[in-house]
Write a protein that binds this ligand. Structure first.
Ligand code: NAD
Length: 248
């Protein structure tokens, strides 16, 4: 059993499903007290707090609830995010602003509400869930890519601003991860099983990324094991970024 988070408290946004749920389980397995902040936290086995990262009052109330419950906050995982399909003409201004509000401003809201508590922590770390979309130039993902590009830039800026306060900030860049999100996309295809097989075959290592593999990377970046690491992005994508591969 690992103990790298013993005595520490963590929150995971979007922690009720997919990658966030795997991260919450991994941090708890390492000894952390874990809170899940989600639109719908009901199914989570962890301390669930209903929260909309697009609503500042909701975020502040949720972070306060975590600190009331655990008496501290050391680790913040900004994972909540939504997708968007299509080229630059596919989405209205309202859709652009909605996705940026959740995927980018949501990280600022949660992080700034957590800052006073992180400054008190001897092991403060923030990890943002970014995406290969930040740098890959994915076709038919204009809005989503712009949002994740901003997450990458924000990670670097936050790392610079807060390292002297002892707060490390990093991000993970997953490739295609087998989560309910991807399941919903597959289910909308004419033949979901064939589409799943084709999607697996398109990955460099022949399969989608397992959410637990992303969670392992997040656990490293969130733990004192990476105590000298800040402002990095770690690809968990079957080698896509390193091999300069890109789906077209
Ligand atoms: P998912 O849809 O399975 O889970 C997302 C969770 O976020 C859900 O529990 C949902 O309720 C919650 N959520 C959504 N909007 C929210 C809001 N406004 N406030 C609070 N919670 C909210 O998705 P996933 O595939 O696990 O993706 C999680 C993160 O990983 C996202 O940031 C996504 O961009 C990123 N990501 C996913 C993949 C992939 O292939 N699945 C790849 C790269 C990056």
């Amino acid at each position: 059993m690992s103990t790298e988070f013993e005595g520490l408290a963590a929150l995971v946004t979007g922690g009720a499903s997919g990658i966030g749920a795997a991260i919450a389980d991994r941090l708890a397995a390492g000894g952390a007290k874990v809170a899940v902040l989600d639109l719908n936290p009901a199914g989570s086995p962890h301390f669930g707090v209903e929260c909309n990262v697009a609503d500042d009052a909701s975020v502040r109330a949720a972070v306060d609830a975590v600190v009331r419950e655990f008496g501290r906050l050391d680790v913040v995982i900004n994972n909540a995010g939504i997708g968007a399909q299509g080229d630059i003409a596919a989405n209205s201004d309202e859709e652009w602003l909605r996705v940026l509000d959740i995927n980018v401003v949501g990280i600022a809201r949660v992080s700034r509400a957590a800052l006073p508590y992180l400054r008190e922590s001897p092991a403060a770390a923030i990890v943002n869930t970014c995406s290969i979309a930040a740098t890959a130039g994915l076709p038919q993902r204009a809005l989503y890519s712009a949002s994740k590009g901003a997450v990458l830039s924000l990670t670097l800026a936050m790392a610079a601003d807060h390292i002297r306060e002892g707060i490390r900030v990093n991000c993970v860049n997953p490739g295609t991860v087998d989560t309910p999100w991807v399941g919903r996309l597959l289910d909308s295809a004419a033949d979901p099983a064939a589409e799943r097989a084709a999607l697996n075959a398109r990955q460099p290592h022949g399969r989608m990324v397992d959410p637990a593999e992303v969670a392992g990377a997040v656990a490293y970046l969130a733990s004192p094991l990476s105590g000298s690491t800040s402002g990095t992005s770690l690809a968990i994508d079957g080698g896509m970024q390193g091999l300069r591969l890109r789906p077209v």
